[in-house]
Design a protein around this ligand. Sequence first.
Ligand SMILES: CC(C)(COP(=O)(O)OP(=O)(O)OC[C@H]1O[C@@H](n2cnc3c(N)ncnc32)[C@H](O)[C@@H]1OP(=O)(O)O)[C@@H](O)C(=O)NCCC(=O)NCCS
Length: 304
Amino acid sequence: MLAGDLDGVDGVMRLAFGTIRELPDPAAAFGDADLARTRFRAAPECAWTAELDGEVVGSVFAARWGSFGFLGPLSVRPDLWGRGIGSRLLAPVLAAFARWEVRQAGLFTFAGSLTHLGLYQKHAFWPGALTVLTVKAVEHGGETSYARYSDELDGTGALHEIRALTDLVFPGLDLSREILAAATLGLGDSILLRRDGALEGFAVCHVGAGTEAGGDACYVKFAAARPGEGASERFERLLDACEAFARTAGVARLTAGASAGRHDAYRRMLARGFRAERIGVSMWLRPEEPCLEAAGDYVVNDLR
Ligand SMILES: CC(C)(COP(=O)(O)OP(=O)(O)OC[C@H]1O[C@@H](n2cnc3c(N)ncnc32)[C@H](O)[C@@H]1OP(=O)(O)O)[C@@H](O)C(=O)NCCC(=O)NCCS
């Protein structure tokens, strides 16, 4: 993908998703949220297009989070569906996952679509747990103290601390690129929750129109509490911090993807008022390997 492809990529993506979701105006899919430009600017070498007669007719994005990779959104112009373009777009992504030597790779798709399950199963991705895309109204409340990545005096030190934490969740997991993209591309920021100097949890959040969140929203793109004894309490404090961050940003909605496979984390999110907006399913390459939605993890993310 090249920067000059982005208008075409964005238009096809909205049309494809709007069509499959049967929206009255398909081009209005994703509203004022942006998934194409944000992801391209964060990782231009992790995006590919399909062209027909020099025109963009499809695209796919991937993310490289250290030892973990995921792909999406994948989209093809609706008048060209069923001709093998989607499958061909998956080829460079699968080659990249092999080149990057990821331990695990995944994606998020429509849970009720046999077409989607079939497409991905053909490429060796197998269904995992339901992923529930949730939203919560941002409430007024007590202040929670947390640091912001962009305020850290030593950004490299903070990235190192975060990597040490994510390594406990999933060996080799590295969110550095997402953290840097949020801070440097004006997409949002990352929250660091510390106690007695130790990092207890962190969250990468996008805020507002033109980001993955969309207007009047804060989207928790990834959050993790340090595993081990007391993780559930750390997770609760981390969710408090995300809500406080959203409140400070002046947005009304906090959105987050919850894997139903992370049982206690999911239950706790529902208990504090996160409500399902949409449901999808995660799918995994090499599902026999330990994956990023283990039952005991206190992690928030979706692979949309
Ligand atoms: C999903 C999508 C990218 C697939 O692209 P595509 O170019 O149509 O995919 P392909 O032609 O490679 O088809 C892949 C498989 O899907 C199945 N399929 C595709 N269109 C189908 C249809 N209309 N009915 C039934 N099965 C269909 C086929 O089994 C095909 O496998 P085959 O090669 O063995 O026949 C495209 O439909 C799209 O853009 N959808 C909207 C956005 C979206 O849903 N993205 C994926 C979200 S995770």
